[in-house]
Write a protein that binds this ligand. Structure first.
Ligand code: SF4
Length: 447
């Protein structure tokens, strides 16, 4: 009866930061929904606001502090979690009124703080959570986090300090989650971690059981074995944050066989060996250019995406030029750049010869111009070909989608014209008719 029904407590959730933080958000939201909390899109009228912060760069910290301030002003009851929660003093100094602060992946502490502020009113018959959890990404793609933390010690990064050393999820657990997602309609799995190719090192690649309808299988907790097993699920599998360790070569066979997407997101960060040494990057000595050429021989439609830092302390003009030459020679299809920004607590801040801001800005512009030329050149080759395109949104003329070479949110799109209405999540065959610097357009010719 309406008058006796209890109103579910309402939570407004702000998720800032990278895809890894988004996965944390999804886990918290799933737990909240299971306990009977409702989510609202606005702070006003919510019983509480949770802000999942990003604390990687100073600019991200500023954005996080602003989001906390906005939530306090609009609502008043705020719980803070995420990377910035590892440094609570900065948050309390700016916003003493927050109810609780917890660090990254401290799901239990977030829930405890929420329970203290707004007790749950659980009704197991009403509060059903879909089997695959609550995804903050659209239903047709989902991020699959395979490990937490990182055992590398790149000098510009404080993630190991914030999140600790690598802790891998056993392969069986990852595969069960992936299987549920696919059963629930997810068409594309985006594999993420801090260092995907190191997956399983901490567990000495221990095998774990994966129960499938067709029987039990042992799968080693190892990059290649996991990629191969994910490739059996029938969804697109996209690999992010892969470092070019020698064993990555073997994943090309899976790509050539169509088991995982011909796409690698490798955050190279630089190409000059001396800068990479100062950065203490993993797998920096692996003759990258020759390896990429060999990969492309095996997988001609391989798309490489990467991120780079320009203006790292001590970066000379010659070292920067090495980076531009690498972009061009390796034909890095998609690349993002960051101007080096000191992150509080990172060893790189103490390195000699910081690069002046105006030099950083000038190098950033040159980087982006070079990258645009490479990107346009790579995309032009696709004109006249037929590509599988996953539809992300529909429009009056057809839809907007992505090829196998485009990850959501960070890469390019395809504007698709179609004679019949398209559906979000469907994969259409599209004849590519035109290309620009970053995007493509074409006509759907098959479904
Ligand atoms: S690989 Fe380097 S940049 Fe990436 S999380 Fe680990 S320490 Fe940070």
């Amino acid at each position: 009866m309406a008058e006796t029904a209890q109103k579910s407590p309402r939570i407004s959730f702000v998720s800032l930061g990278c895809p890894k933080a988004l996965v944390d958000s999804e886990r918290i939201v799933t737990r909240l929904r299971a306990e009977g909390y409702e989510l609202t899109k606005t702070h006003a009228g919510a019983d509480l606001v949770i802000v999942n912060t990003c604390g990687f760069l100073d600019s991200a910290k500023a954005e996080s502090l602003k989001a906390i301030g906005d939530a306090l002003a609009e609502n008043g009851k705020v719980v803070v979690t995420g990377c910035m929660g590892a440094e609570p003093d900065q948050i309390t100094a700016a916003h003493p009124g927050v109810l609780a602060i917890t660090g990254p992946q401290q799901y239990e502490s977030v829930l405890t703080a929420v329970h203290a502020a707004v007790p749950p009113q659980h009704d197991p018959f009403l509060d059903l959570v879909p089997d695959q959890g609550v995804k903050l990404t659209p239903r047709h793609y989902a991020y699959l986090k395979i490990s937490e933390g990182c055992s590398n010690r790149c000098t510009f990064c404080i993630i190991p300090k914030l999140r600790g050393d690598l802790v891998s999820r056993p392969a069986g657990e990852v595969l069960r989650e992936a299987e549920k997602l696919v059963k629930a309609g997810v068409k594309e799995l985006l594999v993420i971690s801090q260092d995907t190719s190191a997956y399983g090192q901490d567990l000495r690649y221990a095998p774990s059981l994966w129960k499938r309808a067709d029987g039990e299988k042992e799968v080693a907790t190892r990059f290649l074995d996991l990629a191969a097993a994910l490739g059996e699920l029938g969804a697109w599998v996209r690999l992010h944050y892969v470092y070019p360790y020698p064993h990555v070569d073997a994943v090309m066979d899976l790509m050539a066989a169509g088991k995982v997407l011909p796409y690698l997101d490798i955050p190279f960060q630089h190409a000059s060996p001396s800068v990479l040494r100062r950065m203490k990057r993993p797998a920096a000595q692996e003759k990258t250019l020759a390896r990429i050429q060999a990969w492309r021989e095996k997988v001609p439609d391989l798309t490489l995406r990467s991120t780079f830092i320009v203006g790292f302390p001590g970066e000379t003009e010659a070292e920067f030029q090495e980076l531009l030459d690498f972009l061009d020679a390796a034909e890095i299809d998609r690349a993002g750049a960051f101007k080096f920004e000191p992150v509080a607590g990172a060893p790189a801040n103490a390195l000699e010869n910081p690069v002046p801001d105006e030099v950083k800005a000038e190098r950033y512009d040159r980087f982006m111009r070079t990258q645009q030329v490479v990107s346009a050149r790579r995309l032009k080759r696709k004109v006249g070909t037929r590509q599988q395109v996953i539809i992300d949104s529909v429009t009056p003329f057809g839809g907007i989608g992505r090829t196998k070479g485009d990850a959501p949110e960070i890469d390019g799109t395809v504007k698709v014209s179609a004679r019949r209405p398209l559906r979000v999540g469907e994969i259409a065959t599209v004849k590519i008719e035109a290309s620009g610097p970053y995007d493509l357009s074409g006509t759907a010719v098959g479904f």
